[in-house]
Design a protein around this ligand. Structure first.
Ligand SMILES: C[S@@+](CC[C@H](N)C(=O)[O-])C[C@H]1O[C@@H](n2cnc3c(N)ncnc32)[C@H](O)[C@@H]1O
Length: 267
């Protein structure tokens, strides 16, 4: 294709949309208004909350635990750290962090879903960590916390669900203290393309069936799979971090790129 025919076909398609714009208007493979996306995502987590932790173990065969431990390894938390676990859901990352530090951290957990927060509080009560976590219902795009108040922000499998990623990144930067760090664990792109057919078959055929069987809900798990495919790859997300103002942006692939951890500093 010549450069002029490329320009013509771009003109026919309309202006190029940024990765952020594509994500803001994608609910899985469906195109929706960004405000509608927030509502639909909220409905998904309201439906899956009760079975969320069990489904995570079944779907990943327990590997999500190792990924979350890798996130904490990279964070290398010290006692006394003030941490925000954003889109913290049922508190899996928050509780793992508290266990590592034997409770010597101050953790705030913000999540948009009252149902996920309710399940998390019950679980934290059972495990003896209720008082160590402040549970706040709130949106990652408008974090209900003061500026420069955290040494670290963690976010596991949350960013993909947020309509305007760039707003969430700006908010994370705002609430971090200078010298503070953001670690984001998300599904990403396989580094070995030979594994793609197997991964696709598992994602599109097995996961929604498992969702139907265990949680009586195939649609929510279809959303999960589709939203992973819509999420920016490692390089694009790193660029978005840098554009938002994060410094020393790096990432680490997990399980051949099925997931990745992105790290950025507020300097
Ligand atoms: C896949 S769960 C991850 C939960 C937890 N971080 C974990 O790894 O187990 C995604 C979470 O993101 C939350 N979420 C979705 N959109 C959000 C938003 N705009 N702001 C804050 N939380 C959001 C959901 O309510 C849900 O609890």
């Amino acid at each position: 294709m010549t450069s002029s025919s490329r320009a013509e076909s771009r003109a026919e398609r309309g202006p190029e949309r940024s990765a952020a714009d594509v994500l803001a208007s994608s609910f899985g493979f469906r195109s929706v208004d960004p405000a509608e996306k927030g509502r639909l995502v909220g409905a998904v987590f309201a439906r899956v909350a009760r079975r969320y932790d069990l489904m995570n173990d079944l779907m990943s065969l327990g590997v999500h635990r190792l990924w979350k431990e890798s996130l904490l390894d990279w964070l290398y938390p010290r006692p006394g750290l003030r941490v925000l676990d954003l889109a913290g859901g049922t508190g899996d990352v928050a509780v793992r962090l508290l266990r590592r530090l034997e409770g010597r951290a101050r953790v705030v957990l913000v999540d948009a879903s009252p149902e996920m927060l309710r399940v998390g509080r019950d679980r934290a009560m059972d495990e003896g960590w209720l008082a160590e976590i402040r549970w706040i219902a709130g949106d990652a795009q408008a974090i209900p916390c003061p500026s420069r108040s955290f040494d670290a922000v963690t976010m596991a499998f949350g960013l993909r669900n947020v309509p305007r990623i760039e707003r969430a990144l700006a908010e994370v930067l705002r609430v971090l203290k200078p010298g503070g760090r953001f670690l984001c664990l998300e599904f990403s792109r396989l580094t070995l393309s030979a594994l793609e057919p197997l991964y696709d078959a598992y994602s599109f055929a097995v996961l929604p069936r498992l969702g139907q069987l265990v949680a009586g809900d195939a649609a929510s798990y279809r959303y999960l799979v589709e939203s992973i495919r819509r999420f920016p790859d490692q390089e694009t997300l790193a660029r978005m971090f840098a554009e938002a103002g994060f410094s020393r942006v790096r990432w680490r692939n997990l399980s051949g790129g099925i997931a990745a951890i992105h790290s950025g500093w507020r300097l």
